[in-house]
Design a protein around this ligand. Structure first.
Ligand code: FAD
Length: 323
């Protein structure tokens, strides 16, 4: 496909999310030499224009509107539809994030476009665009392509490599006024959950614990290892159900889907519902007392042992190597 591709760029807590750069990179492939237009919504978003050029956007469309500071389905759907109507792109890419999962099917239905969601790879070669997405909870992959028409894709965070930052890159920018009405939800309060220091869905290193971690204190031990490595703490549902940690840390079929470079599974048995959320991690290290635990079937490195003995040894080794 050669043409104009729109990449939706998300922000969180006043910062661009990494998936925004990945969306620009995917849009570059899809456009195959055409134009990549980054779209960004909220207030003071023009502060991000230069950064978006550096990561590959040819053009940036800003939509400044107070209503778009907090995500609501109605407001984002209306704003993005108006950007699409104004730009008339040939394709649209957004992250398969909480926002992307919510709004993308609605937009696809409104503009009567096909949607390939949750892709982990995109190969574009001239007219042919092939998208790879996991199916059966990550047990297999399918390859899909559009026959013709508008190409709408959501990308799983942490899979498509962002372009190298190049501060010499520049572009053009424009702003669009949008009309937003009939918002059917009212945000009364935003309660920030335990959110760790590093965002779980974008973390390069995850230190996850299961029921074997045995309690909140065990999770503090995991956090100390994550802090040493600059990673984030995650959990199995077993650990969340037992009250050892907050549900916002849950990884798996009904939790977050993660793809870090390095995933530690401490005291996690490896149920299929957990594996669905982490099996695409690049390197998996499992520590479990039970040599028959299914987690070892997918682990690259396995340690049969007590996590309370292994973690202090690991920390000691890492500290020595960092010194
Ligand atoms: P357990 O299965 O109890 O395993 C604990 C492990 O810790 C054991 O392997 C044990 O050998 C080991 N262990 C104990 N002590 C130590 C020690 N000192 N050192 C080292 N190892 C030790 N689960 C998810 O994780 N995510 C989901 O999104 C999810 N969604 C689900 C959706 C549905 C519809 C259903 C039915 C289930 C879902 N589950 C999910 C639950 C899933 O089936 C498992 O029950 C859960 O993953 C088990 O968690 P666990 O491995 O921590 O606990």
């Amino acid at each position: 496909m050669v043409g104009k591709v729109l990449a939706f760029c998300e922000t969180r807590n006043g910062e661009l999310r990494q998936v925004s750069f990945e969306a620009i990179s995917a849009a570059k492939k899809l456009s195959n030499g055409g134009e990549v237009v980054a779209a960004i919504l909220g207030t003071n978003v023009s502060n991000f224009i230069e950064t978006l050029y550096h990561y590959g956007a040819d053009r940036v469309v800003t939509v400044e509107n107070e209503v778009l500071n907090q995500y609501t389905t109605d407001a984002y759907q209306q704003a993005l539809l108006q950007v699409i109507e104004d730009e008339k792109p040939d394709g649209f890419i957004m992250g398969h994030t909480a926002i992307g999962k919510d709004v993308s099917p609605r937009i696809a239905a409104k503009i009567q476009a096909g949607l390939i969601s949750d892709i982990v790879n995109i190969e574009a070669n001239g007219e042919k665009v092939v998208c790879t997405r996991p199916i059966y909870s990550g047990k297999a992959f399918e390859k899909k392509k559009f026959t013709d028409g508008f190409q709408f894709i959501t990308i799983r965070p942490n899979n498509i490599k962002q372009l190298e930052k190049d501060e010499s890159r520049t572009g053009t920018a424009s702003s669009l006024d949008v009309e937003i009405k009939n918002i059917r939800t009212v945000i009364k309060e935003v309660v920030q959950k335990t959110a760790g220091k590093v965002d779980l869905s974008e973390a390069k290193i995850i230190v996850a614990g299961g029921r074997g971690v045995k309690g909140e204190e065990g999770f503090e031990l995991l956090q100390s290892l994550a802090d040493l490595l600059g990673g984030a703490v995650g959990a199995s549902r077993g650990a969340c159900d037992s009250g050892y940690c907050d549900y916002s840390l849950q990884i798996g079929q009904t939790g977050k889907v993660v793809t870090p470079d390095l995933y530690f599974a401490f005291g996690i048995s490896g149920a299929i519902q957990h594996i669905a959320g982490m099996s695409n991690s690049k390197v998996i290290v499992a520590v479990n007392k039970d040599p028959e635990a299914p987690i070892f079937d997918i682990a690259d490195y396995g340690i049969v042992g007590d996590l309370f003995e292994v973690i202090p040894l690991l920390k000691e080794e890492i500290k020595q190597n960092l010194a």
